[in-house]
Design a protein around this ligand. Structure first.
Ligand SMILES: Nc1ncnc2c1ncn2[C@@H]1O[C@H](COP(=O)(O)OP(=O)(O)O)[C@@H](O)[C@H]1O
Ligand SMILES: [Mg+2]
Length: 242
């Protein structure tokens, strides 16, 4: 599989605290890659750097073969989308919420209607455009946030613990949506999670982040049957305190 996003020697610190240490990772086009690790491991920091919200202290990001140091990050930003744990809901209708990114990008009315409709179908909210966004349940609001994140067809979707505030039925629903987005749209997905069963259900490959260090990258089968690092074993078995 072709590589979409390459992370080379990335490090980050806040003050004196080292948060990411020499991260090297290649994300393949069309895969679902899970970053797992306890709270405070550096998962969110890594996603924020990949989404260009934050500049790393050292290292290089290479997107589609183009080094992000070379500038033009404005254009590249449009090809990624980051979704948080808690969905942000703007005032107005579901349609307005989902259409926002397209309006900003100057799409015409007909294109916006078509793309919003398709995104709402993908996330299982068909025909919900006219509803008031503030009236949605927690699970529906997160699905709407997914629609907003995919509506402009990003090449990569970065998900930061997208199901940690949801009940089991909604977790299963969001996991289906994640798989559908990859299968139907070919979107590459990078998901930070500390939900091990979720990794089993949806990931193709896994990276284990511990104290800012990427201690192991493995296939899903590999991480569960033949992990390379003792500390991965402890985390996966739930023996790690966090
Ligand atoms: N803006 C910030 N300023 C100072 N410290 C931060 C900041 N953001 C994150 N950290 C620290 O960096 C470490 C990693 O945090 P984070 O990336 O949020 O981990 P995770 O998402 O895996 O829980 C934590 O120790 C956290 O307190
Ligand atoms: Mg986090």
């Amino acid at each position: 599989m072709e590589e979409l996003f390459r992370i080379e020697n990335v490090c980050m610190a806040f003050g004196k605290k080292e948060v990411l240490k020499n991260i090297n990772l290649g994300i393949k086009r069309g895969e679902i890659f899970a970053i797992i690790g306890p709270s405070g491991a550096g998962k969110t920091t890594l996603l924020r750097i990949l989404n260009l919200f934050e500049k790393p202290l050292c290292g290089t990001l290479i997107f589609n073969g183009i080094s992000l140091d070379a500038g033009k990050t404005g254009d590249l930003k449009r090809r990624m989308s980051l979704l948080f744990q808690t969905p942000s809901v703007f005032n107005g209708s579901v349609f307005d919420n989902v259409a926002y990114g397209l309006k900003v990008r100057g799409f015409d009315k007909r294109a916006i209607e078509k793309k919003v409709g398709e995104a709402l179908d993908t996330v299982g909210l068909p025909g919900m455009g006219k509803e008031k966004a503030s009236m949605l349940s927690g699970g529906e609001a997160q699905r709407m946030a997914f629609a907003r994140a995919i509506v402009y067809e990003p090449e990569i979707l970065l998900l930061d613990e997208p199901t940690s505030n949801l009940d089991p039925a909604n977790v299963a629903n969001i996991e289906e949506i994640i798989k559908r987005i990859r299968d139907e749209r070919g979107t590459t997905i990078l998901i930070a999670t500390h939900n091990i069963p979720q990794v089993r259900r949806i990931a193709d490959r896994v990276g284990v982040l511990l104290n800012g260090e990427l201690i192991e990258v493995n296939s899903k089968e590999g991480i569960f049957t033949a992990p390379k690092d003792e500390r991965s074993v402890a985390f996966i078995r739930g023996e790690m305190i966090y």
